[in-house]
Design a protein around this ligand. Structure first.
Ligand code: PMP
Ligand code: GLN
Length: 391
């Protein structure tokens, strides 16, 4: 007989397997076209993978050994140059920028560095799934404020009402997954005014910062000096360079916040894969056009997919940003979204993400909306649309 272990009292009793893992696994089991979990079905730029290969093959150096804990200086410098170019933000590569193992690790570290037992952390629903478990592990309490419908903008009154003396952190995610909502310059100023006399830090998840369409611009928290002073701004090279499996991201924050961030990072991850960092640093310097051209690249995909969806019974407004398209399926089915996404995957051969799982309130459960990822070859989108047209 197997020896017994002591009872394990879960620290995350309400957490199951992430919806991304669940849906991708279901898609694989049923041979469905996977438009659920967000990842491209095309390769990163060839030059970028060549650079990674080159750095991995370097002999006689330390290119395959531990990088500095804070990230390779060349990558931190490249990030500093990028945030200066895009957001007019003069981040110091030594004191303000830390390379992390993807956006996920950066988010985790920022939360652990700021949240203590009984602190409140405000989330705007639908909220990316990694935030709340990190808050729970830190002993904090998530306070959910729904984004407004339609449009998924911030409901300023509800946000203001949610701030209490115990609020320690506000987590925002614009460009927003899953809705594609973006922030305006006025939104940043309103947020700055709202937080001015509070002790609230902001954790800004901006991993989709380079995917905005129809001439929209991303207004990073780094572009608003007052907000930048109280913010951890997180991004991910996985999205920008079609390399979600590399898991390289970063956090920009003022020196005192970065110092605390690094105290956590050094014991969660310590360092990030050295040759990947070197490759990204070289690529950022030698191919800046990649990020300049990314909005047009993804806008073409969005438009292509929208053209296909127009031939189905789904209703939608073309996404303003990100590589996700929300669709209203109420003309097709009355099922709740979790069941509909499952049915779509198992019976109709196209996997999607139900979005109610990112919200706490019951109203979201009554919406009939699922998310498709359009970071795919046209042939993949064609094949999916051929199946969706049958519904
Ligand atoms: N935040 C959001 C909103 C995301 O969609 C993702 C996507 N995967 C992440 C964070 C995590 O980024 P990474 O894969 O770099 O950890
Ligand atoms: N961010 C990706 C999405 O929204 C998934 C990442 C993950 O699987 N954790 O689809």
């Amino acid at each position: 007989m197997r020896p017994m272990h002591p009872p394990i009292d879960s620290k995350l009793p309400r957490v199951g397997t992430t919806i991304f893992t669940v849906m991708s696994r279901l898609a694989a089991e049923h041979g469905a076209i996977n438009l659920s979990q967000g990842f491209p079905d095309f390769e990163p730029p060839t030059r970028l993978t060549e650079l990674a290969d080159h750095h991995m093959r370097q002999r006689g150096g330390a290119g395959n050994q531990y990088a500095p804990m804070t990230g390779l200086p060349s990558l931190r410098e490249a990030i500093a140059a990028k945030v200066a170019e895009y957001y007019g933000c003069h981040a110091n590569a030594e004191t303000d920028i830390t390379v992390a193992s993807g956006g996920t690790e950066a988010l985790f570290c920022a939360i652990q560095a700021t949240v203590r037992a009984s602190d409140e952390v405000i989330l705007l629903d639908p909220a990316y799934d990694s935030y709340e478990p990190s808050i729970t592990l830190a002993g904090g309490r998530a306070v959910h404020v729904p984004l407004q419908r339609p449009g998924f903008g911030i409901d300023w009154q509800r946000l203001s009402d949610a701030i209490t003396p115990r609020t320690r952190l506000l987590i925002i995610n614009f460009p927003h997954n899953p809705s594609g909502a973006t922030l305006s310059r006025d939104d940043l100023d309103t947020l700055a005014a709202l937080l001015r006399d509070t002790r609230v830090f902001v954790l800004a998840d901006e991993v989709y910062e380079h995917m905005l369409y129809d001439g929209r611009r991303h207004h990073s928290l780094l572009s608003q000096a007052e907000l930048a002073e109280r913010s951890f701004v997180v991004s991910s090279f996985g999205k920008t360079y079609h390399a979600t499996g590399w898991k390289v991201g970063y956090c920009v924050a003022p020196p005192a916040l970065t110092q605390e961030f690094r105290k956590v990072h050094q014991f969660v991850q310590f360092v990030v894969a050295t040759p990947l960092q070197a490759a990204i640093a070289d690529f950022m310097r030698s191919c800046p056009e990649h990020t300049h051209e990314l909005p047009a690249f993804y806008q073409r995909k969005r438009d292509y997919f929208a053209g296909l969806l127009a031939q189905t019974r789904f209703r939608f407004e073309p996404a303003h940003s990100t590589y996700f398209q929300l669709v209203d399926y109420s003309t097709v089915s009355d099922l709740p979204d979790v069941e509909f996404a499952r049915l779509l995957t198992t019976q109709h051969g196209v996997a999607a993400i139900p979005i109610s799982v990112f919200s706490e309130d019951g109203a979201a459960k009554r919406e009939r909306i699922v998310r498709f990822c359009f970071a795919k070859h046209e042939a993949t989108l064609d094949a999916a649309a051929a199946r969706l047209r049958l519904l």
